[in-house]
Ligand binder design. Sequence first.
Ligand code: F1P
Length: 595
Amino acid sequence: MAESACLSTMHEWESPDYEPSLPVSEKSNPLTRDIDRASANCIVRMLQACDAQMFQEETGATYQRLLSKQVVETLMEVAKKVEHILKDPQDSVVVLSGCGTSGRLAFLITSTFNRALRELNQSSIYSYIIAGGDRALLSSQEAPEDDPKQGMLSLKKVCEGKKQVLFIGISCGLSAPFVVGQLDLCLQHPEVYTPVLVGFNPTHQARDESIPGCTFTFRSVAQRMQELTKSQKAFLINPAVGPEAISGSSRMKGGSATKILLEVILSAAHAATFTNTPITYKGILQHMRAYKKTLDVTFAQKEGISALLEAAGKSLQCGRRVCYLGWGSLATLGLIDASECIPTFGADYEDVRGFINGGYRELNNYEGPLGPDFCIAHEDFLHLVLPFLNDQDIVLLIYTHSDDVSEVAKLARRVREKTSNLHAVYHRVDGDTAAAVQQEDINKLCLSSLKITWSSPASGILAHLQWELSTKLLLNTVSTGAHVLKGKIYQNYMIDVQVTNSKLYCRATRLLQKLSGCPESQCEEALLKTIYRVDKLTADITSSDIATHTRTARNRTKVVPLALVCLLTGCSLMEAETHLEQQPIVREAVEACLS
Ligand code: F1P
């Protein structure tokens, strides 16, 4: 009985009657309705169940899934296009592009596969584009996401002089104007560009709002591409992976599924080119299943993850910090996870921070060091952060046994001088005892050590990709859960979201409608009042466009929570501010206002 109830909750979102006006990527997940009141243990279980939805089989005609026949076949076709370029790379490039998390993953994946090419003495063929440039790798630069022209120009720039371009545009919600500007450019020049769109909604759910200065919408471009898939002049990879655990938080499943799909494509193309392994349906499916296993292996450590989540939640609750000290590409995932907490939860820059051994040299981004606002090396941590830490700040070491474990031990000792709240997560291959002694030292210094053991992998690169996904899942769980415990989530909505681009502006208005029951016009009015900090809207404000509103909102905090309190109680902005100061947990503040 309990099991069938649970099963129906797993699939409830697939019903055509479930939140019909919203695309899958924006729906609220029935599995996490009460996540804001759950214990650390329960939060981990809920997030695991949501992640598991990625690999559910197709149940009917409603949605294609990750393992659906058509998706696997498209992955094969795109892999063959990449193989073609790998075999004749001159004047060709494969570009991966996206906004926010999607752009960060484009960076991570291109870095991995260019490195693999370098190791084979081959020239690099992959380039990444992220809306807002490299600063967006480490911070939210959401305004450029709304600019299709900037997208198009940045694509033209990386493709200068190229005769053949495979363009992979990633937009989890099929919504970013920056990406659709690039796709439109590709469609205008089919002799050079072959476009691939990756996202997690069916095309009829792609965003259809008009884009200032454009004659197309995301939906119209996606539909044009759909037509071209028949002749393989364009490709669509858009399975549904179920609603995010925190509504709209596409950094979670959207990001994970992006990583899985693109790595499957590129790995298959590399194997076909360099080890004579043909691209087969079975091979692609097998690789996908290895990622499913990654979820199982990671969440087998539920208790350890819950303990970390609880400890991180405690630090955030008392206004202290969470620091990730990572090595290699796992550190990059730490940097990414930390940077996303700012726009997702309205967190402070100092709340969750990531650091990488070797700093920018190791990150190897196009623009190199990004200046004093973005200090990311372990040395920066030692100089700028460590002196101010105490036992309430949590430090998490993230590494694998193929990193220099004696370096990890050395850093652990330094950290231990300032805080006992030190934890470790590390990956090792079963039977590998190389770093056993240093690991023992580290274990003694840490309050908890989470050891994730993997059976000997078929190839070195696959092992690394699995460790990365595992780290992503774990860090997303810890940082999301810690912010839930801090009271940043209302039911399963990120109510304290920054309203910094048009997608987020629309989401904020919709959220206010849902939670207050007031009509759309009244909700938008309340939102504008809190953005401009006025109790009465002026003609100047109401005649401005969304770009002006979102620019102004950049410097504001608690926009949506304040608007909600105003709507529900009819109080002034100042009174709403006082309510929220007294009760920072949004759900409780709202309930206190109503009682
Ligand atoms: C891009 C994105 C997200 C971010 C936020 C704003 O979304 O930057 O990564 O978390 O929601 O939008 P998408 O184009 O991949 O849907």
